[in-house]
Design a protein around this ligand. Structure first.
Ligand SMILES: Nc1ncnc2c1ncn2[C@@H]1O[C@H](COP(=O)(O)OP(=O)(O)OP(=O)(O)O)[C@@H](O)[C@H]1O
Ligand SMILES: [Mg+2]
Length: 444
């Protein structure tokens, strides 16, 4: 508003000044013109006619007045102008100037012109300054009116704009305070597509993300405590038994110790896996990305599981024929993906086959890890990538699983720009399909 006033007021003032000046100059010119016309006229007409002329002016047929002075500067004729002393005024202001009639306080602009002849010296024409003021006032009024209009408009705009800006900001402030108090059920309305709109959108995203995070954390803690409770109760139970010497012989005592050892080991693994997984989920996981030959990695992973496969009477085979392009990955973490998947395949298969197959499909390297094991029930399939999810809970525990393997696999795959899918026929076998984009030129 202040800015508007700063611009409008001087502008209005200057415009009124310019117009008034223009008007004044115009009126001077007009008066001067008239004076010279009358001077020419007076030079050729006779005295009685002059009197008539002056009289007609005096009768007020025109707003203008006239004064005629002789060679010595004395007034000889006048049409209603009293108190004009040519000697004083001419001395003060020259041939033209302003004059206020002391009788009726009427202001005039006058201009004098020399008359060629013997008797008359000069004719002076008086134009009332009302003539000029009238139009100046009109302009002033117009300017005032438009000024007030502009001001009102500016006021309206300022009001609307500030409300447009402040309402969403106030809403966001309220939402932020609400979030700070721990209430994450906030929804700031997104009304516009501008910066404020996108800020509101971001606020909503933030609330959603925090809510998801909080939900995750709660689920995480309840999962962890639940998962730790089982091995802990085993450890506690068998420790008690040892303390109270509740075993029959040395073999049983050794068995108890083994169980305690195994459960402790399991807890250790669980905590390690959990720690890794939580770091992966928060995307703060350091990866040593390089160009990797996927064939080498699968070979290494398979070698690691050869003995275990043999133990369960499974054959294990890698079919990565042909040359595959490199991918951008962390070879250690990539190997972890394959070992986890192969470990599952071997664990949940008996007297069967486990095999890895690679192929190239429109810029992606596709690797399938298949087994002829017991498969996964259709109702379990959508959940197996969730942490702690185990199909056939009681039995999987016997295989030593914590239910974190596939969650880690999924996180690691996505961190390395890949994707994972699963297909399974219960009783027939399972196939996990990994897809990694081949490295592009300049990726190194
Ligand atoms: N190849 C497979 N065949 C049959 N079932 C599988 C196979 N892979 C995974 N599953 C099922 O999916 C569940 C989740 O697998 P995941 O690897 O995440 O956990 P886990 O093997 O039980 O434990 P962990 O791998 O953490 O030691 C398993 O408990 C198992 O029931
Ligand atoms: Mg597993």
């Amino acid at each position: 508003m202040i800015l508007f006033l700063i611009v409008l007021l001087p502008l209005g003032y200057v415009m009124v000044q310019i117009f008034t000046n223009y008007n004044e100059v115009h009126l001077y010119d007009e008066t001067d013109e008239m004076a010279s016309q009358y001077a020419t006229l007076l030079a050729v007409i006779d005295d009685p006619d002059i009197e008539l002329l002056v009289e007609s002016m005096d009768r007020g047929e025109t707003a203008r007045k006239m004064v005629i002075i002789d060679q010595n500067g004395n007034v000889v004729e006048d049409s209603g102008i009293r108190g004009f002393h040519p000697s004083e005024h001419a001395a003060l202001q020259g041939k033209a100037g302003r004059f206020t009639d002391p009788n009726d306080h009427q202001e005039y602009i006058y201009a004098g012109e020399q008359v060629q002849g013997d008797d008359i010296g000069e004719v002076i024409i008086f134009s009332p300054s009302d003539l000029m003021d009238q139009s100046a006032i009109q302009v002033q009024q117009a300017l005032l009116l438009s000024g007030v209009g502009a001001l009102l408009l500016a006021f309206g705009f300022t009001f609307i704009a500030s409300r447009e800006f402040s309402t969403p900001l106030q809403e966001m402030e309220r939402a932020a305070n609400q979030m700070a108090r721990g209430d994450l059920d906030v929804e700031v309305p997104v009304k516009t597509k501008d910066e404020l709109g996108s800020l509101s959108h971001s606020m909503n995203e933030l609330a959603r993300e925090l809510k998801r995070y909080r939900g995750n954390r709660q689920a995480f803690f309840s999962d962890v405590s639940h998962e730790l409770r089982t091995p802990l109760s085993y450890v506690q139970g068998y420790c008690d038994a040892l303390k109270k010497e509740l075993y029959q012989d040395e073999t049983e005592r050794q068995q108890f110790v083994d169980i305690i050892h195994e459960e402790a080991h399991r807890m250790n693994r669980l905590i390690h896996d959990l720690f890794e997984l939580s770091r992966m989920e928060e995307e703060r996981f350091p990866l040593d990305l390089e160009l990797v030959h996927i064939g080498d990695v699968t070979k290494r992973a398979t070698a690691k599981l050869a003995t275990e496969a043999k133990k369960k009477n499974n054959t294990i085979k890698v079919d990565m024929e042909g040359k595959f392009p490199t991918i951008v990955a962390d070879s250690f973490r990539l190997e972890q993906i394959f070992t986890n998947l192969l470990q599952n395949a071997v664990s949940y298969t008996e007297n069967g086959h486990v095999w890895i197959e690679g192929s190239l499909k429109d810029g992606n390297i596709e690797v399938k890890i298949s087994d002829t094991g017991r498969g996964i029930a259709t109702e379990d399939l959508p959940y197996i990538f969730e942490r702690f999810y185990r199909a056939e809970k009681s039995r999987s525990r016997d295989f030593g699983g914590t239910g974190l393997g596939l969650a880690i696999v999924k996180q690691l795959t996505e961190l390395q720009y890949g994707s994972i899918q699963v297909e399974s026929v219960p009783g027939k076998g399972t196939t996990f399909t990994l897809r990694f984009p081949e490295a592009k030129e300049g990726d190194e």
